[in-house]
Design a protein around this ligand. Structure first.
Ligand SMILES: CC(C)(COP(=O)(O)OP(=O)(O)OC[C@H]1O[C@@H](n2cnc3c(N)ncnc32)[C@H](O)[C@@H]1OP(=O)(O)O)[C@@H](O)C(=O)NCCC(=O)NCCS
Length: 155
């Protein structure tokens, strides 16, 4: 229903056997949001394995079923990622397609800030999609300040 919101595609994953998804679920931190006993939303938290990147994590695969939108479940999922990440990493990163205003506003409400734009980040068929890169610091490294973009002359 939202092909342009994700990096993966139904075509790429739709033919995979159940065991493929079982393996993926076992190797990732996937959080499920339920209303009553109904699974209504999902989000993934992943921490890179490479030694120089293990201080940050990525929030990906965010999805809330249409019937549960506007209920606070999406916020609950973002909060859950933040709580699981706290103390393990210093920041959370995510990417969101620039036209996905609803998702961007959710993330901004939770303190994520846009730090860059990835031009033509995704290509679905003949269509290109730009993405905002967003980050939320959980703790600021002592003495660290955000770098300024290079001047036009530098380029
Ligand atoms: C993105 C998603 C998880 C957000 O969940 P949600 O329950 O809709 O989130 P919220 O109810 O908190 O709404 C988020 C913001 O969108 C606004 N909004 C509601 N309907 C909207 C619409 N039709 N268009 C634009 N913004 C809208 C809300 O007012 C809110 O903004 P605010 O915080 O400034 O008030 C959910 O819509 C979804 O699963 N969408 C499809 C998949 C997707 O886009 N995933 C994200 C991939 S990065």
């Amino acid at each position: 229903m939202h092909p342009y919101a994700y990096g993966s595609t139904v075509e790429a994953e739709g033919t995979e056997p159940l065991a493929y998804f079982e393996r993926r679920l076992a190797s990732m931190e996937v959080l499920l949001g339920s209303i009553g006993d109904q699974p209504m939303g999902i989000v993934r938290l992943s921490i890179p394995t490479f030694v120089t990147e293990r201080h940050k994590c990525m929030l990906t695969g965010m999805y809330v079923r249409a019937a549960a939108r506007g209920t606070g479940l999406a916020s609950g999922l973002v909060d859950a990622v933040v709580e699981r990440a706290r103390g393990r990493v210093i920041l959370i990163e995510l990417s969101v397609v620039t036209t996905n205003e609803r998702a961007r506003r959710l993330y901004e409400r939770h303190g994520f800030e846009i730090y860059g734009i990835d031009p033509c980040a995704l290509k679905h068929g003949d269509l290109y999609f730009d993405e905002y890169q967003m980050t939320r610091f959980l703790e600021r490294p002592p003495g660290w300040t955000a770098p300024k973009p290079p001047s036009a002359a530098w380029r």
